[in-house]
Design a protein around this ligand. Sequence first.
Ligand SMILES: NC(=O)c1ccc[n+]([C@@H]2O[C@H](COP(=O)([O-])OP(=O)(O)OC[C@H]3O[C@@H](n4cnc5c(N)ncnc54)[C@H](OP(=O)(O)O)[C@@H]3O)[C@@H](O)[C@H]2O)c1
Length: 316
Amino acid sequence: MADPKIIAVAGATGAQGGGLVRAILADPAGGFKARALTRDVNSANAKALAKAGAEVVAADIDDVESLNRAFEGAYGAFCVTFFWAHFSPERETANAVNQAKAAKHAAVKHAIWSTLEDSRKWVPLSDNRMPTLGGNYKVPHLDSKGEADHVFTDLGVPTTFLLTSFYWDNFIHFGMGPKRGPDGKLALTMPMDDKLLSGIAAEDIGRCAYGIFKRGGEFIGKTVGIAGEHLTGGQMAAAFAKALGQEVSYNAVAPEVYRSFGFPGAQDLGNMFQFKRDFQQVWVGNRSVEFARSVNPALQTFDAWLAENKDRIPLD
Ligand SMILES: NC(=O)c1ccc[n+]([C@@H]2O[C@H](COP(=O)([O-])OP(=O)(O)OC[C@H]3O[C@@H](n4cnc5c(N)ncnc54)[C@H](OP(=O)(O)O)[C@@H]3O)[C@@H](O)[C@H]2O)c1
């Protein structure tokens, strides 16, 4: 039997990369081996990955030399950046460029770059429907990813561009779940009007990435988009109500109201939701539930995700 192909996974202790490492480990006969990248090989998360059977190596996406070493000998590389760790679009683009350069240096046969649309292609900086942020961006955490796409292509890295979707896990970790109003009733607040939001269980992103690697070269040079379901705020509120066994309404606020909420990243996220609302055909059209299920038959629906996770969602 041929040696298993090594997939070097950035963000292996996090959501996207973690899902990919777990998917590889869950399929020992699949012909792949997980190499988990982490800044701290001694952290509890890193040790848990090693115990589960992953090769764990030190790398920092700010440091291209460390990535060169970590990608060495790998068949594939899963490349992802961490905007919310630093809120800097320039650093995010630089981190993507580092991974593209390391993928080139290691001559990987297949890279998956976890990217998002550069909103400025549809909303130029001169368009005042939403404020320009940081002098050069409309939706910084989207734009800085999309801006880096061409680097993978320019360097000749055999790349699949993976457009991800809003994690339903944001309802657990990002404070975006339904909250009680003064009347004591739960409401889900999002500036999406009646438009569809493409969502996914974060764990399914890594599973889809694994399915894409398993299909060999089929999606190299292509952009593929994944979602678990496309749902309106009203549909999500109804699903919450059913899962939680209590009333949950949908509170559709205006994007400018959302931007004014004041939490870190509120302006970026307000612009993001507005972009998804105003360009629903582009955003939803770029993401296919059918494609996601074809590479990851275990793809979860929102109801299935809620059934598993409803008790982890902070409501008060
Ligand atoms: N939330 C959403 O709905 C959503 C949707 C689509 C896309 N995204 C994008 O997903 C990206 C984040 O991915 P994620 O959610 O998988 O991340 P995550 O769960 O926050 O995990 C990040 C992991 O990356 C590692 N890390 C952080 N800084 C690093 C660095 N400088 N070098 C190497 N590793 C580093 C950390 O591991 P160690 O401490 O072990 O190094 C951490 O465990 C963001 O850019 C975000 O915009 C999010």
